[in-house]
Write a protein that binds this ligand. Sequence first.
Ligand SMILES: Cc1cc2nc3c(=O)[nH]c(=O)nc-3n(C[C@H](O)[C@H](O)[C@H](O)COP(=O)(O)OP(=O)(O)OC[C@H]3O[C@@H](n4cnc5c(N)ncnc54)[C@H](O)[C@@H]3O)c2cc1C
Length: 398
Amino acid sequence: MEHRDIVIVGGGMVGSSLAAALSGQGFSVCVLEQSPIAPFAPAQPPDLRVSAISPASAAFLAGIGAWDKILAMRATPYRRMQVWEGDAEQGTLFCADEAGVAELGHIVENRIVQLAATAALLEKGDIDYRCPAGIAHIAYRPQASQLTLADGSQLQARLLVAADGARSQVRDAAGIGITSWDYPMHALVASCRMDYGQQDITWQRFTADGPQAFLPLAGDTASLVWYQRPEEVKRLLSLPDAELIAAFSREFPRRLGGIREILARGSFPLTRRHAQSYYKDGVALAGDAAHTIHPLAGQGVNLGFQDAARLAETLIAARARGEDWAGVKTLARYQRARKPANLAMQSGMDAFCYGFANDIAPLKMLRGLGLRLADKAGPLKREVIRYALGLGLGVARR
Ligand SMILES: Cc1cc2nc3c(=O)[nH]c(=O)nc-3n(C[C@H](O)[C@H](O)[C@H](O)COP(=O)(O)OP(=O)(O)OC[C@H]3O[C@@H](n4cnc5c(N)ncnc54)[C@H](O)[C@@H]3O)c2cc1C
């Protein structure tokens, strides 16, 4: 049986960036990723799965050597973000200038982030990266978990990290429970070719049926997100392209403009999950394995990157001090650094979504007033934007 200090299960965006952050720090690290990642080619149309990457996340990715690689592939900066309700003209426009940053964020395809972080983790040559690597069995033991891989080989890990997403096998094997519930809506996502050229604005409109969002992608492409009741999403997905385009044109605001072509479409059920603990002796959870959040404000993987940054920092510092770095005292520090912040973001998002998801007149008035006030309140608005961008996290100002 082979032994490793740290085995990270899942080389997705969070697992691969955690491995890159641990590279060169003296740990023996193995990453197990079950699915090969398709290489990038500039002529490829945009993938369906994209994420809004905040400036704080971009700074973290730059620190591990992945951000330049992302920019060398494909990323779309957005400098303005508008939020409004119904047919109102008034809403809130957030601009990068007001927050003193060059951009509010970038929309990046998940595969590109994963490719860049994987290339970064391989750079120093000290990470044992295995892909495709399926797992047949995980036996949790305090600081000595044993993994049997699909090819029959065995690995023992002093610290086993669950970065294997929402349905984490590691979390289950360690017997860590979750609190979860389904949102009463699904997300229909479509990447489209639009009538106009490159955009630098992302917008969201709240309607009584659910929010609608526009995310700019490279050139004349964009990602449209339509939150709706699951049956309605199913119906919309079953429509031929021309009818789905007609439905977008009818139900989305006029500023959407013309859709020339639907390049890809899909739907995602939305579930809120939170692990009851982020650790056990010799096990730590990060990213979607620890928490999933309503995607409306595009925070999921941004929280995951903060988990990866803090977990790497905590392990490196504990080891430098000669502490039991895979033990519960160290891992409790990681949990204290991340769990309350993730919980606050989850709850904030829920309050926001449910606050907008009804038609009660006084609430509607309050929302409209809130959005107009937010638009006018200068210093407050600046602080709101900076908080949303994670600018407490050491991001370089312009
Ligand atoms: C519609 C939608 C829109 C979203 N938009 C945004 C956004 O704009 N901004 C944002 O920040 N977040 C967004 N999110 C959330 C974001 O996609 C997730 O938070 C993010 O993908 C989590 O990354 P992860 O690496 O933790 O998990 P995953 O992306 O689930 O990656 C897990 C990895 O582990 C691998 N794996 C799983 N099991 C095993 C195993 N047993 N052995 C080996 N490998 C395994 C998988 O192959 C995968 O590569 C959105 C989510 C949805 C549904």
